[in-house]
Design a protein around this ligand. Structure first.
Ligand code: SF4
Length: 319
């Protein structure tokens, strides 16, 4: 499986930073590359700034820029790159339309996605913002999952991002490319319990949305569906929500499991919920019971919740 993911070029070891260095990430280059086919882009190089170049920063302005935030030379705020960086993002839309995710370099005034320092025109630091290129790309490709490389060191954020990439890839290839009532409903069936684990309100409202496919044109329903779905997955599936889903799934096997097996499952879910063990422990036992007591085409076996990303990444060993 190869999944296209856009990425800040410096994260792959390309020496494109203002001072000619890179920010290679071993995890991204050596581990995730088994599954992701990277599309490296450096917006600052893309707008013609060479290496080495003078550093830029985000400043607030009183001008007529839409957000009041501009990218400017650190040493001379009158030299601005905002429109060039936005244009560069616009130029990448076609190239990235089949990408299933994007990994940004943190803190960059171009690529940073969450906490980039913003300065007053007089040079005083003010607050945090998004890099110009990253913010524009988010506006143009809102469904595509995006994350900063530095945040992947948090196991919950890492697992969340990779879950979103895998789910979006599934949507692009199995629903968006061949939209029909069947492909849309099939997707919803696969993701029901994953949705429940991330955001129960969306689990309910999306079920309702699909209950009458004649109410609106199918394309409109699909757009509403995936917009809310991708936003729902941004919510972290915490121990409480995951325990709830594990109990629901165990409930399907109430006739098949003995009293002792049920008690064992119950104990492991409780230990997971209280933080003693990672989710992989109750989940492995649950999968064992599902495989033992159901056939290949069983509803439970279709649940992406059981295998939302490659097992080899070990993402659920750490959460
Ligand atoms: S953070 Fe973005 S703009 Fe800066 S060097 Fe890396 S890819 Fe280029």
């Amino acid at each position: 499986m190869s999944i296209k993911v856009g990425i800040s070029a410096c994260l792959l070891g390309q020496e494109v930073r203002y001072n000619g260095s890179h920010k290679r990430s071993r995890y991204i280059q050596e581990v995730l590359s088994e599954y992701f086919e990277y599309s490296p882009l450096c917006p600052e190089m893309g707008i013609g700034l060479g290496v080495p170049r003078k550093p830029i920063r985000l400043i607030t302005t009183s001008g007529n820029n839409e957000t009041g935030i501009e990218a400017a030379l650190t040493e001379d705020h009158s030299v601005r790159y905002t429109e060039q960086l936005k244009d560069y993002a616009r130029q990448q839309v076609d190239h990235l339309s089949d990408a299933s995710g994007y990994l940004f370099m943190q803190k960059s005034p171009s690529c940073g996605f969450t906490r980039v320092k913003l300065y007053h025109e007089n040079g005083n630091p003010l607050e945090v913002s998004q890099g110009i290129y990253a913010a524009e790309l988010d506006k143009l490709l809102p469904l595509m999952p995006k994350e900063e490389a530095g945040r992947l060191s948090d196991p919950m954020i890492r697992e969340n991002f990779i879950t979103r990439v895998m789910a979006y890839h599934d949507w692009q290839h199995n629903v968006a490319d061949k939209l029909s009532a069947q492909t849309l409903l099939g997707f919803h069936v696969r993701y029901k319990y994953l949705l429940m684990a991330h955001h129960i309100k969306s689990y309910q409202s999306l079920g309702k949305l699909l209950s009458n496919l004649k109410a609106q044109p199918l394309g409109d329903i699909a757009h509403q569906y995936i917009t809310e779905f991708m936003s729902a997955l941004k919510h972290i599936a915490n121990r409480k929500k995951n325990s709830n889903v594990l109990q629901h799934l165990q409930g399907y096997l109430k006739k098949e499991l003995s009293k002792d097996e049920k008690q064992e499952m119950h104990n492991l879910i409780h230990q997971y919920r209280t933080g003693l063990i990672p989710i992989v422990v109750p989940l492995t036992l649950l999968k064992h019971h599902i495989n033992k007591h159901t056939t290949d085409d069983n509803y439970l076996r279709k649940q992406k919740y059981l295998n939302p990303h490659p097992y080899e990444l070990g993402l659920r060993n750490a959460i």
